[in-house]
Each structure stands twice: as C-alpha cells, then as structure tokens.
Design a protein around this ligand. Structure first.
Ligand code: FAD
Length: 450
C-alpha cells in the first residue's frame, strides 16, 4: 500500500529520515508526498514568509518529479481524507515540537484511527526535550545546554533511499491557486535545496574562516544565510554540522555554537510552550509599557532618526531578513527606548522575516527584553548610535539602506545631527532622546523590581 509523507518543516529530498521511513514502508505501493496549507497559519504568515514558503513548495514539487500534492484545510480532516483516498497504510512525518505542531499532530493521530502516524527525525540535530540535566530537568541556561548538546551528539546524514517510487493524488485547486498566487513575485533568496547547498558550500569555502569577526559586521556578507532554509527544512542542521565537524577554525566552532542557539530555543519552547508569547521569567511582571503609537509606527517603517536602527528596519522590509547584530539593536530600541512590550516587536518581525521562527524569534526578543533565558540584564541598554559606529565603522550598511544619508561619508552617516548637510536629503530627526529614554527605562525597571 502507498504511504503518505506529510511535509511541514522538512521540504527537501536529501538527508530526510521521514521520507526514508515512508519509502521503506510503502515498497511498491509508492509514497504520496503532501503539503497541507493550514488557513490560519497561511493567513498569519505575512506576505514575505508566505511568498518564501510558496516558492519553496514549487521548487520542491520539481524536485519530487511534479508529484507533490497540495491540499488546503484543517489537517485533522485533510490528512485522514487523503489516507482514505489513496488507501495509505501509514502517514510519515518529522516530529514537531512547537505548541501548535504538537497539538495538531495529536489531533491528526486520533483522527487517523487505524492508520499509524509515524514520526521519524525532527528539524533539529537533537530532538527538543532530549538534552536534560542529570536529574532529568531541562536546562535553563545556554552554555551548559550547549555543552551537553555537543556531548549528546547526533547521527550522520541519512543515506538517500535506494529506490524512490512516488504514488499519485491530485492537488486541490484552492491550495494550488493560493501557492501560485503567493509565489508571484521573485523569491527573496535563491530558492530550493540546490541553491541552499551551493550557498552553504561557498560560505564554507570562502567565509567561515573569518566568520568569527565578520559575523558582527552587517555591511559584510559574512554569515551563512542558512536561516530561511533551516526554517523550512530545505537543509537539515545535521547536514551543516557534519560538513564542518572536522574543521578546526574558530569560525567553525562559533557557527556550531550559533546552531546550538537554534536548538536551545526550540528546547526552551518545548518545555515552556507559553513562552512563545508570554514572558518566560516573571522577573519583569510588574513592568509598565507604553501602548504602541506613532513612535512604534516610525520604528516599523525605519524612520526613527537613528541611522543604524532605520537601516535594519528597512533591510527587513525590503529583503525579509535582518543581520543578527541589527536585530539586537532594533529590538533593544523598541523595548528600552520606546518602552514597548516585546511581543509587539516579535509580531512585526514574524510578519516580515522569511526565516521567522517562533522559537528563535520570540526567545531572541525575550533575550533582548530581559525576560528570557540568561537574558542580557535589563539595565544593559544598547546605545543605537555607538553600536552603529562600532559594528558599521565605515557607515556602508547605513548608506546601503538609507538613501537620505548617502551624501555623508564614512562614519558621518551615523550622526547626521553633527554634520552641516546632515538633513539635506530629507532624513527624519530623532524621535526620542536616547539618554533620557534610557534613564526612563531604568526607572521603570527599578520600580518593577520593587
Ligand atoms: P549565521 O550567523 O550564519 O548562523 C547560522 C545559523 O545559526 C542561523 O541560520 C540560525 O539557524 C542559527 N542562529 C544564529 N544565531 C542565532 C540566534 N541568536 N538564535 C537562534 N539561532 C541562531 N533566527 C531565526 O532563524 N529566525 C528568527 O525568526 C530569528 N529572530 C530573531 C529575533 C531577534 C530579536 C534576534 C536578536 C535574533 C533572531 N534570530 C532569528 C537569530 C539570528 O539573528 C538569525 O538566525 C541570523 O541572523 C540568521 O542569519 P544567518 O543564517 O546568516 O546566521
């Protein structure tokens, strides 16, 4: 009998344990690969993330010889209906660990009745929840987690299936139309598994040696740019980790640590599903925040009058991605300078990032806001100007994203207020006084602590 491969965050052909399990189970019956567009997730994704998913699905369909089946609706109904339609003996998935994913998969498992839902592998090198302390409790702090995660280790890449036989079912028009429509514009990054591998190999050949320093330079293309591929499982982290396992450079070991952050945040979300949208630690429970207004709009549109912040926010809107250093600075600006509760910023990022991932994004925000795991202490407030001068010393990043500052040479682009022609091209004045708002943030923090 055929087996169904229900794809979610594993949109690839290579190194795919769930696909291999489906192939083995199906034998001559063949595998029916399906992606179910869930209306609530689809609508909530924002144009950029939806577009990226749609392009990725179309590319995957080519990779799967045109056999990828698209359906739309609640998986609890759609997956069992497809199983009946094709007479499937089993449904195969990569195990999910997000709150929504776990709830959904339990419901689908029940609805499938006698047809087993078989989970093989996860979107992580080590399954979230697997790395625990000696007493069985989860890690709350990154560094010991990271050490235990490395000690735990992970299997090598899965071999490709020996013979891959697809079985057919039709895509439904509503799903196909939704995907076609979302894939109208050009993709924001080269799309698909081959493009991901190519970018990764180039990065390992040319940039990983200098990654340790270049990763903090937003004007330099010095990071792997794997995040949007990892998000949809176009490439698996184990594939990346095994590629760099024998490299001895500090760059390679720093990259391993960055990948460990992704695994850590997934682990935290697994143990604390509420932390997706609520403070993880109650430390700032008594904190007062301002309601979002004009200033938050200016932040979203990149017209705060702080060049480094505006450059980042505009890079996000234009490309669906923002450099990590600038994510930290823009998030700090929203939470500390504009006194805004972090979920408001996290929502905006999720609407525009093509790598938007609930665990990494929302815990990244909590880290900056001081409510998360081993958070930066609340009183450490980023200075948006000196951060820019330090990490974009020539001002190239600012000039790339903020045309109204292109007439200012070198680091002058970071401080138009200090230069005569600074505002000649229409760049906005600063919406706040950083020194005053920093003090205000600290006052609120002190009184929240009682
Ligand atoms: P590289 O520097 O090449 O890193 C390689 C990989 O390691 C990344 O692709 C990513 O999977 C992982 N990684 C690196 N840094 C982190 C980190 N701090 N936390 C978790 N994983 C990390 N990352 C996302 O993938 N999705 C998000 O939605 C997201 N939102 C963020 C929001 C805020 C406020 C902050 C501060 C960080 C956020 N990050 C997020 C983490 C980080 O900014 C991105 O992973 C990174 O910029 C992606 O670019 P890259 O692939 O070139 O990174």
């Amino acid at each position: 009998d055929p087996a169904i491969l229900w794809l979610r965050r594993d949109l690839r052909l290579h190194d795919h344990p769930a696909l291999n399990a489906a192939v083995e189970q199906a034998g001559a019956g063949g595998v029916v690969p399906v992606f179910v567009v869930e209306p609530a997730l689809w609508k909530g994704a924002g144009d950029a993330r939806r577009g990226w998913l749609a392009h990725t699905l179309k590319d995957l369909s080519d990779t799967y010889d045109g056999r990828l089946v698209l359906r739309m609706g609640d998986p609890e109904k759609v997956v069992p209906a497809l199983a009946r339609e094709v007479g499937a003996s089993s449904v195969h998935v990569s195990r999910e660990s997000t709150p929504h994913g776990r709830r959904r998969d339990e419901a689908v498992e029940d609805a499938l009745g006698d047809v087993p839902l078989v989970a093989t592998g996860t979107p992580y090198a080590v399954a979230p929840g697997r790395v625990v302390k000696n007493d069985g409790t989860p890690y709350a702090v990154f560094t010991p987690f990271s050490r235990a995660w490395q000690d735990h280790g992970w299997p090598g890449a899965a071999n490709p299936p020996k013979s891959l036989r697809w079985a057919t079912a039709d895509s439904h028009k509503t799903a196909q139309d939704a995907v076609d429509k979302a894939a109208k514009g050009d993709p924001l990054l080269p799309v698909g598994e081959a493009a991901a591998s190519e970018r990764w190999e180039d990065f390992v050949d040319e940039a990983i040696a200098a990654y340790d320093t270049d990763r903090d330079r937003p004007a330099v293309d010095g990071t792997s740019r794997m995040s949007a591929y990892l998000k949809l499982g176009v490439i698996h982290p184990r594939t990346l980790l095994s590629r760099i396992s024998r490299l001895r450079s500090t760059g390679a070991s720093t990259l391993r640590t960055e990948l460990a952050w992704r695994e850590f945040y997934a682990d935290v979300l697994y143990h604390h599903p509420r932390s997706a949208w609520h403070d993880l630690r109650p430390a700032l429970k008594g904190m007062t925040y301002d309601d979002p207004g004009e200033h938050v709009e200016a932040w979203k549109e990149g017209r705060t009058g702080f060049p480094f912040v505006d450059a980042g926010m505009r890079q996000l809107l234009e490309t669906g991605w923002m450099h990590n250093r600038v994510r930290m600075v823009t998030a700090s600006f929203l939470t500390k300078d504009l006194h805004t509760w972090w979920p408001i910023g996290a929502r905006h990022f999720m609407d525009h990032l093509i790598d938007g991932d609930i665990a990494s994004n929302n815990h990244g925000w909590q880290w900056v806001a001081g409510t998360g795991t081993d958070a930066a202490p609340y009183f450490r407030v980023f200075n948006p100007v000196t951060q820019g001068e330090k990490f974009d010393p020539q001002g190239d990043y600012v000039r790339r994203w903020v045309p109204e500052l292109r007439h200012l040479e070198g680091k002058k682009a970071h401080s138009p207020w200090d230069h005569e022609a600074g505002y000649d091209e229409g760049y906005p004045e600063r919406i706040i006084d950083h020194k005053e708002e920093r003090e205000e943030a600290l006052r609120r923090y002190e009184s929240a602590r009682g």
